[in-house]
Design a protein around this ligand. Sequence first.
Ligand SMILES: Nc1ncnc2c1ncn2[C@@H]1O[C@H](COP(=O)(O)OP(=O)(O)OP(=O)(O)O)[C@@H](O)[C@H]1O
Ligand SMILES: [Mg+2]
Length: 423
Amino acid sequence: MRNNRFFGREDFLSSLRTEFEKSLITADNPRLVSVIIHGLGGFGKSSIAVEFMYRHLQTFPVILFFYADRQDKLDIQFVQLARLLGFASDDTEIVKSREMTLYWIAHLGNCPSLRFKEIEMLIMIDVNWLIIFDNADDVSLLTQYWPSSAHGSIIITSRNSFTGKGSFAGQGIKLVPFDENEGAEFLLSFLDIFPDISPADKDAAKLISKQFDGLALGLCQAGHFMRNKACLPTKFLDLYPQNCGEIQRLKIPGYTKSVADVWEMSLSILPQDSRDFLDLLAVLDPDSIPIKLFQQYGHNSPFSAFLQDTMRYMKATEALVDQSLIEINLRDETISLHRFFQDSTFQQLKGKKERFEEVFFGITTMINSAIPQDDYLSMKHHDIWDAVETFLAHAEILLGRCSEGIPPLATNALLDLFCKIAG
Ligand SMILES: Nc1ncnc2c1ncn2[C@@H]1O[C@H](COP(=O)(O)OP(=O)(O)OP(=O)(O)O)[C@@H](O)[C@H]1O
Ligand SMILES: [Mg+2]
């Protein structure tokens, strides 16, 4: 989803534009151009890729955005795309679906067997296309999903630094944090609701920017905190050190301590229902959590009281959105949250055994109810497949979340769930 508050980064966007001009069909000798945007967690790599995509919708009639942090997620997305394009049916194998999709990409412009009306138009003309592989921290995962096209544009975002050698990407763009002034301006852009910002507050904004090392994720979080609590930068500086005691032990690889600090501050002002909700989200795949999981299947979980009360549920999500801890995607009715917020929430949750068990049990029960019961003797019913696909990545993350032992309370529900999936 486009970030309405996208700030700065014009130099990076223009470098991307320059690189990708070489891939366009209007270029002298159009090529396949791939660029990896790399840098630490929370610097704003994905944000730049998404902004680039929205700015160039006219240039690229075909844009494919893939979450590329895990192989199973890439597989599901390729399968779904193959089905959407009419290449694959419900029982086409993953490998076949992937090959068909890659074939389609490689032949965009002259593929004769396309069904969809919109796609048929594409066979008339040669088209520019853009693929984004987002959060591909393990770039080697992309081997199987790399199109062998003569021309086209590919953006990879990754925390892995670009070495040049043995890399998929032809070019690397190393993202750096905002400098002190940019960071301060970014922060102040959240405070446009205040009629006047005093020189002292402008100075404080610079100090905060410095304290956060210009890290977009932390500054964005601080900006939302100030905006929602009507707290100007000078006051924020007063508050900031008081809330950071707990954080030292929360070490999330790839992120700076300042992000953890401001995350703790955001948490401290959340109502209990929002914290509960964040805990539930912490054991799922953070990229696209179906809202229906909570609204339709939350009723027989330990969290049913707030999930069933529409007003409470709305308030809980509103507070999380206000603090920019989650994003709600209304088009496909999903929730997503940044990996950092999820990891931090999970680290805390893991430390509270009973609470973890309750959350784990709650989510397992919900996913279990979301996948209809099948009788294992009959052939699989196709309508179950959609549900399995929707929740497969979530079920796998859930399983990974109990690496230190499955909570006894949830053992049966988890067994039942994986039997359904495996069946
Ligand atoms: N240029 C920007 N303008 C506005 N907000 C930004 C910008 N860059 C980053 N942000 C904010 O910071 C958050 C983190 O950025 P983003 O997810 O792009 O970082 P990332 O480098 O991809 O992190 P990770 O490596 O963890 O995936 C975003 O959700 C967004 O709210
Ligand atoms: Mg990212």
